[in-house]
Design a protein around this ligand. Sequence first.
Ligand code: ACO
Length: 337
Amino acid sequence: MNFAARITGTGSAFPKNRVTNSTIVKKLAKLGVETSEKWIRERTGIQERRISDLENPNERNSSLAFSAAQKALDMAGKSPEDIDQIIYATCSPDTPLPSSACWLQHKMGAYKAWGMDINAACSGFIYGLATAERFIRSGQVVTSLVVGAEVLNPILNWEDRNSCILFGDGAGAAIVEQTPEDSARQILSSHLLSDGSLWELLYVPAGGSNMEVTPERYAKKLHKLRMKGKELFKVAVKTLADSALQTLKKNHMTTDDLDWFVPHQANHRIIEAVANRLDFPMEKVLVNVDRFGNTSAATIPTALDEGNRDGRIKQGQTVLLTAFGAGLTYGSILMRW
Ligand code: ACO
């Protein structure tokens, strides 16, 4: 028998601390960095984001993932013992090793599963879901837990107004289950791409074998994220639109066949520009960047969870997920919900 895969449960979790633009303006002012609520709102569409309290064990990366995964499991009517595989997308893991997947497995008591992390930055959830789909189609896995979770706060440079205003912390999760190959509701196709030549658009210089963190490098904040925002903006619009169109084309569809588009949430202006290129109405685009900022691998699963829970996404509808992220990584997943 041949198999397909489908999402049967979704969940999200965010830290308690809501950080408004007004709070950011005050925080940056103390560091001698000028910005304004108006600039952040107009140039990014972000109103607020959540930021983890690192002293609170419940707000670390795998703790947020744990809450999101519990909600996804409840929706799917499953328990931790049912999970065969944990695929954990993050670029801000709990620890360099072991993987966040192992931390999560331990927190959940999901000891039947094996788990691994995927670092594809903001495309992580798409990469993770595509990987789970392949394992399920092969028959090796029946139930997979796919997580996109980030606590980016420790790698943000709060003196870099270009980047620190954009990001937030949070986690999204999906339970992906085996279904017969002819099921109406399933992941229809997934398409992943990357272009390593664009690594310099978004990276963290120190902390790996390229560059150890020394006191001097720490003082220069080389362990913090660097971003070329303007260049990234253009690449983002092009890759998101191209990836979405190619995926639709491969499935002999057009944007007219789509009920919902769930793009990576980096900046509201990027989302609008992509919708414009696709000639797709913003009313059918799921957006949460205004309330949570860019939560990297968590943006797509949290936006999807929101649309699923509030009933906007209905059974049998066609949903396209499209992401881009540091690397550069990008890709799309098309599914019938
Ligand atoms: N407050 C006030 N002014 C600012 C701020 C700020 N927070 N940040 C930048 N500016 C200034 C700039 O210094 C510049 O001033 P200048 O003209 O005097 O030099 C001016 O505003 C315009 O700067 P631009 O870079 O042209 O601003 P832009 O409209 O492009 O917005 C932004 C910048 C928000 C970074 C945008 O380019 C963007 O969103 N880029 C994409 C970022 C992104 O997607 N990152 C995530 C990648 S995904 C992942 O894997 C994590």
